[in-house]
Design a protein around this ligand. Structure first.
Ligand SMILES: *Cc1c(COP(=O)(O)O)cnc(C)c1O
Length: 330
């Protein structure tokens, strides 16, 4: 059954489902950054969302949209990252069984966190086995729903509520920067922006090594690339979705890309200046915005921080790997 693509009313319906369930995350500012760029920055802090990233919004919205009578068969998801935790937590909250298919070499912490939410973890070998085949097999066998990480109308609508809230919290923006992997967060944000603040220029930001979205946007069709090597592990996607791409193509102003070193600089800024831990993928939006430099002058700029899930060893190693004095002059 082909479902219609999501629209703005799907986003407002998702917001109603998430009301009182997801955190209404704060919007923070930095006067030193504002001064340096002559702009007004508004940081939407999804690093403070439940399970540490915006993915809870889409995951919960997708599960809460399943009719109650069909929930007992449960859900299946494949992910080694935030989507797995989002589905595991949402399933626990809705008393649904969940199976998460994860690589057997996934970090022990992530396996433990997923099991901690009560999900059953099925391991696979990422070099020899196909995770989507395994997941489809489990879904078929149990009659469970497979919830993909971005290319699903309820997931996109749920992710859109992060931007919807930001517009409610700060009113009009001139520019909005959104971290981009498969495009769920960006497509949802574009639906909100097009309805509430159509003059706002919305940009997706990807890692340089994985700029399939930028290539697709420029070419006008979905371009697929090999799994990119980048510290932005939430944006190692190979292609945009069949649902996310048309929305991005219609409404995005542009897709920008940034280097891993740019991400580390932004991570350092968040830590030193704003006292926040932001995961590398969550730094894409700020790093992309800062690339526009002078163009930010006089503008009201929204920065969607997508998540904060990074373990302390990785965090310390990344900060130590790149010496920077960029923020010391602020
Ligand atoms: C999944 C994820 C992204 C990318 O989101 P898409 O909807 O796939 O574009 C960005 N940041 C974090 C922290 C994520 O977990």
């Amino acid at each position: 059954m082909q479902r219609p693509p999501p629209n703005f009313s799907s986003v407002t319906a998702a917001a109603a489902r998430l009301d009182g369930v997801a955190h209404r995350t704060p919007v923070l500012t930095s006067s030193s950054l504002n001064k340096r760029y002559g702009a007004e920055f508004f940081f939407k802090c999804e690093n403070f969302q439940r399970m540490g990233a915006f993915k809870f919004r889409g995951g919960y919205n997708a599960l809460a949209s399943i009719p109650v009578a069909e929930r007992a068969a449960g859900v299946v998801a494949y992910s080694s990252g935030n989507h797995a935790q989002a589905i595991a937590l949402s399933a626990q909250m809705l008393a649904m069984p969940a199976v998460i298919v994860m690589p057997e070499d996934a970090p022990a912490l992530k396996l433990a966190a997923t099991r901690g939410y009560g999900a059953e973890v099925v391991l696979y070998n990422r070099y020899t086995q196909d995770r989507s085949e395994i997941s489809l097999g489990i879904a078929k066998e149990r009659g469970a729903r497979l919830i993909p990480p971005y290319d699903h109308p309820d997931v996109i609508a749920g992710q859109g509520t992060a931007s919807l809230e930001l517009f409610e919290q700060v009113n009009e923006l001139d520019m909005l920067f959104i971290c981009l992997g498969g495009g769920g967060l960006l497509a949802g944000g574009l639906l909100a922006a097009a309805a509430l603040n159509p003059a706002c220029a919305v940009y997706g930001v990807e890692p340089e090594a994985g700029n399939d979205g930028q290539q697709s946007f420029r070419k006008g069709e979905i371009v697929s690339i090999p799994t990119p090597k980048t510290i932005a592990d939430g944006a190692q996607t190979q292609f945009l979705g069949e649902l996310t791409f048309p929305i991005i193509k219609s409404y995005a102003r542009d897709i920008l890309s940034v280097s891993d070193d740019d991400l580390i600089q932004s991570m350092r800024f968040f830590f030193e200046r704003m006292k926040m831990v932001v995961e590398p993928t969550g730094c894409l939006s700020l790093a992309g915005a800062l690339h526009l430099g002078e163009k930010l002058k006089g503008k009201r700029v929204g920065i969607l921080i997508s998540g904060g899930n990074v373990d302390s060893e990785t965090f310390c190693r990344l900060l130590a790997s790149s010496s920077s004095t960029r923020w010391h002059e602020l």
